[in-house]
Design a protein around this ligand. Structure first.
Ligand code: ADP
Ligand code: MG
Length: 263
C-alpha cells in the first residue's frame, strides 16, 4: 500500500472509531514524529494523548452543563476575612471532597447575603472538577419539579434523578414555606440519599425553626435527623456581604475617597 493510501485508511479508522481529535491531529503529529525522529510508541502516545485530553474536556463540559450551577464562583473567591464566622480550614477540608466518600452532608445556615450560595457553588465547582456528577437546585425548584412529576406520573423517575448525582446542592431551604407535598418530596430526596451520597443544603433558618417551613413538625424532625447524622454545619452570622460593600462605598463617598473601579 502506498504511503498516501495508508494515511487515508488511518484517517478512516480514526473517524470510524470516533476519535475525531486524533484524526484532526494526525497530520501535525505525523510531521512532528518525522522531524523529531520519534519511534512508533512515542508517536502513538502523543496522538492518543490528544484524544484523551479532548474526551476529558467533553466530559467536564457535560458535567458542567448537567450541574446547572447558577454562577462561576470557586472556593478561592470567598473572602474569609470578611466572614470570620466561617471556619476557613473546614471549608478547605471540604474542598478536598473527602466528605463525599462517606456521604457527609453540609448545612450552611445564615441570613441572606452572607455567602451561603457562594460556598455551596464553590463546593459544587470543586466536585465537578474532580469529575463527580453534581446537581444544583433551589428548594423551590425541586418542589415545583416534583409537583409536575406527580401530576404527570413521573414521581419515581424524578426521585431517581435526585438520587443520582454524587453531590446534590439544595439552595434556599426555608425562604418559602413548603406545602405538604413539597415537604414530602424534599423528605424523600433526603431520605433516599441518606448514608449514600452527600447533600449541601443552605437555609436561612436555624435548625430550631425548621418546624416553620414544614406543616408537619415530625417531617421536619425526621429530615433534620437524617441530614445532621453525619454532617458539617456552618452557622454563618454577621452582616450581608452586599450591604457591607454598599456601606463601605457610602463611607468613602462621605469621606470624599474616590471609589476603586470595580473588578
Ligand atoms: P446567601 O446565599 O447567603 O444569601 P450569596 O452567596 O448569594 O449569599 O452572597 C451574596 C453576594 O455577596 C454574592 O454576590 C457573593 O458573591 C457575595 N459574597 C458574600 N459573601 C462573600 C464573601 N465572604 N466573599 C466574597 N463575596 C461574598
Ligand atoms: Mg443564597
Amino acid at each position: 500500500m502506498s504511503e498516501t493510501s495508508i494515511y487515508q485508511r488511518l484517517r478512516a479508522h480514526l473517524a470510524y472509531l470516533r476519535l475525531a481529535a486524533a484524526a484532526e491531529a494526525l497530520p501535525t503529529e505525523l510531521e512532528h514524529a518525522k522531524v523529531n525522529n520519534l519511534g512508533h510508541s512515542a508517536f502513538l502516545e502523543r496522538l492518543l494523548d490528544v484524544e484523551v485530553i479532548a474526551t476529558e474536556a467533553r466530559r467536564q463540559a457535560g458535567l458542567e452543563r448537567f450541574a446547572c450551577l447558577p454562577s462561576p464562583w470557586r472556593i478561592d473567591d470567598f473572602d474569609f476575612d470578611a466572614q470570620p464566622s466561617v471556619d476557613k480550614a473546614m471549608v478547605h477540608e471540604l474542598g478536598t471532597l473527602r466528605f463525599l466518600e462517606d456521604a457527609t452532608n453540609v448545612l450552611l445556615i445564615g441570613p441572606p447575603g452572607v455567602g451561603k450560595t457562594m460556598l455551596a457553588v464553590g463546593l459544587g465547582r470543586a466536585s465537578i472538577e474532580a469529575g463527580y456528577r453534581t446537581y444544583y437546585t433551589t428548594a423551590a425548584d425541586l418542589a415545583a419539579r416534583c409537583h409536575r412529576a406527580a401530576l404527570e406520573g413521573r414521581w419515581a423517575t424524578t426521585m431517581r434523578f435526585f438520587a443520582g448525582p454524587r453531590l446534590l446542592i439544595i439552595d434556599e431551604v426555608g425562604y418559602l414555606p413548603l406545602a405538604s407535598e413539597a415537604a414530602a418530596a424534599l423528605f424523600q430526596v433526603v431520605t433516599q440519599r441518606y448514608l449514600k451520597s452527600s447533600i449541601v443544603m443552605t437555609t436561612n433558618l436555624g435548625v430550631g425553626s425548621w418546624g416553620k417551613i414544614f406543616d408537619d413538625p415530625m417531617v421536619a424532625a425526621a429530615m433534620l435527623d437524617r441530614l445532621l447524622h453525619r454532617s458539617v454545619v456552618f452557622n454563618i452570622d454577621g452582616e450581608s456581604y452586599r450591604m457591607r460593600s454598599h456601606r463601605a462605598r457610602s463611607e468613602n463617598v462621605r469621606k470624599g475617597v474616590r471609589p476603586k473601579p470595580e473588578k
